[in-house]
Design a protein around this ligand. Structure first.
Ligand SMILES: Nc1ncnc2c1ncn2[C@@H]1O[C@H](COP(=O)(O)OP(=O)(O)O)[C@@H](O)[C@H]1O
Ligand SMILES: [Mg+2]
Length: 361
């Protein structure tokens, strides 16, 4: 483990303090936070801009409205219920089939309608939401995994995380559900994170519970060398989210539906730092490079081209040595945030804009 930390430090890893002060607070306007902290709002915004998202079947905002749940679920055998203000996969319930009257989860457990209502009621009470505030439960289309990704996804949909800085994709990873993560692709729920070469969309090694791994923990198949389908379209979606939200520093999560193609699942204004471990590479050099650009192209396609030129295949320009004074690559909190996979339930996040952790990378 220590070798990994020291390697990352040499490679210019960005720590929590640097992320918060040099990027999140500097490049993200406060007014933009609600657009991404509320998944219902993000969905509306994306639809208005013609960006694909999983279809909303309905939303429940009050305990009284829970009576409408059976009508919202209708005849859907597959769906996802999640808190509009959730993070880290907490409170996300994936249902991937029905057995008579029961709803079946990816781990095989079956739930009655009452249990589903109880889960939705917990969401409403705010136990999964930012700061514990009362929340809405949203019920949406369950994305179906693309067959190419099927052999490396344990009963769930992987998501691609793009770290986008000033509208330019800077780093990418894909998170794969495992037997532990119950259909979810959050590292804190036990998913594997796998680095991606940004120019080609080909995977490299992965990280699972803070260890670098070459194979999927459930299937034993190699994680590296896989071409992510629709890669350019994904990079473009990520770049477009800059125009959508105005967030200068963000994480964009994209899923690949087998029929509908790439879709935005969520956008994060305080993206986690574990993407650096998955790529075994620090972000600092890449962020410095983008920050040094006098002008950023207005066209998302051009920003993608720029990203591919700057960060593809061959490494980004060498990173500066870590300087403790700037908080870059040196804080113990990086280590804490990067101890992934084994983490217990996350505490609620501080209010938007206060620069806390992502609550699960
Ligand atoms: N509509 C969906 N279809 C299939 N899987 C989903 C869907 N929504 C969420 N998931 C799974 O649950 C994980 C967490 O959901 P997400 O919406 O990203 O919430 P969070 O903010 O808690 O990470 C995703 O990475 C994905 O694996
Ligand atoms: Mg997520």
């Amino acid at each position: 483990m220590l070798t990994l930390w020291s390697k990352l430090r040499r490679l210019g890893v960005v720590g929590l303090n640097a992320r918060n002060h040099s990027y999140v607070m500097k490049y993200n306007r406060r007014e933009s936070y609600p657009l991404v902290d509320d998944k219902l709002l993000t969905k509306r915004l994306a639809i208005a801009a013609g960006i694909a998202v999983p279809r909303l079947y309905g939303a429940v905002a009050t305990q009284h409205d829970l009576a409408k749940l059976p009508e919202i679920l209708g005849n859907h055998k597959e769906f996802v219920i999640k808190p509009a203000h959730g993070s880290g996969g907490e409170g996300v319930l994936v249902i991937d089939g029905k057995r008579k009257e029961l709803y079946v989860k990816p781990d095989g457990r079956a739930l009655s309608l009452d249990e589903i209502k109880y889960h939705a009621s917990n969401i409403l009470s705010g136990i999964y939401s930012l700061g514990g505030i009362p929340d809405s439960a949203m019920i949406e289309y369950r994305v179906r995994v693309n067959p190419i990704l099927d052999p490396i996804s344990y009963r769930g949909v992987p998501d691609v995380r793009l770290l986008v800085f000033r509208g330019v994709p800077a780093m990418a990873m894909i998170r794969l559900p495992t037997r532990y993560s119950d259909g979810k692709a959050n590292l804190h729920q036990g998913a594997v994170g796998v680095g991606i070469d940004i120019a080609s969309g080909v995977t490299v090694d992965g990280v699972f519970q803070s260890r670098v791994v070459q194979e999927h923990p459930d299937f034993g198949v190699l994680l590296g060398g896989l071409q992510i389908p629709d890669w350019e379209a994904m990079l473009e979606l990520g770049a477009r989210c800059y125009d959508l939200t105005g967030l200068g520093y963000m994480g964009v999560d994209i899923v690949l539906d087998r029929v509908r193609g790439p879709m935005i699942l969520e956008i994060n204004a305080r993206p986690g730092l574990a993407i650096q471990i998955a790529n075994q590479s620090g972000l600092q050099g890449r962020l410095d490079c983008i920050e040094a650009l006098d002008e950023i192209p207005a066209d998302p396609k051009e920003r993608v081209r720029l990203s591919v030129e700057l960060f593809g295949a061959k490494e980004a320009p060498p990173s500066p040595p870590p300087s403790p004074a700037s908080g870059r690559g040196s804080s113990a909190d990086v280590e804490e945030e990067l101890v992934i996979g084994a983490a217990p339930k996350q505490p609620p996040l501080p209010p938007a804009g206060e620069g806390g952790g992502e609550g699960g990378p």
